[in-house]
Design a protein around this ligand. Sequence first.
Ligand SMILES: [Fe+2]
Ligand SMILES: [Fe+2]
Length: 192
Amino acid sequence: MQKLRFMSTIFLLVAFIFSAQAQEASQVGKLDSKMQKALNEQINAELHAAYLYLSMAAYFESKSLVGAAHWMRLQAKEETEHAIKFFDYIHDRDGRVVLTGIKAPPSNWESPLAAFQDAYLHEQKVTEMINRLIKLTGQVEDAATHNYLQFFVAEQVEELMSTKLVVDQLNMIGDSAPGLLMIDRQLGERED
Ligand SMILES: [Fe+2]
Ligand SMILES: [Fe+2]
């Protein structure tokens, strides 16, 4: 009888150890809550960027600068794709997407240069956010997210460069209408 009680205690102990291990295993690979919150904030930032660029597209349309409008429209599409990438990634990591309100963008700018300067400033802010996300992956020891973010690191280099190029060219032409039309034609040639 005593032997039977001993055996059942051992059995319960083994079952307990296995269930604890299984519970621990189910947590491995799951997104850290701080990381999840930051990635959700990134979805919002990307959608805000899309909204901002769409508003700039509307501004350029109103000025008959169809090339710049086309450029901004494609930019807005790209930012929406970034948001969806984060959306999918959160789910891939067994996390939960929570969408929040998107801040309204301005609807008017002093000049095409002011609009592109604003776009450049915004890309700088987004770059800072991506860098902060990378820092957080170190703090919560999340190698997978660190790896995933590398796409966005490269993307930000490209976006900063392409936006600054337009700012520089608009600065170069000053008040020249033919210069502006030339840049607008060039912006209209963007393919993706
Ligand atoms: Fe983006
Ligand atoms: Fe961007």
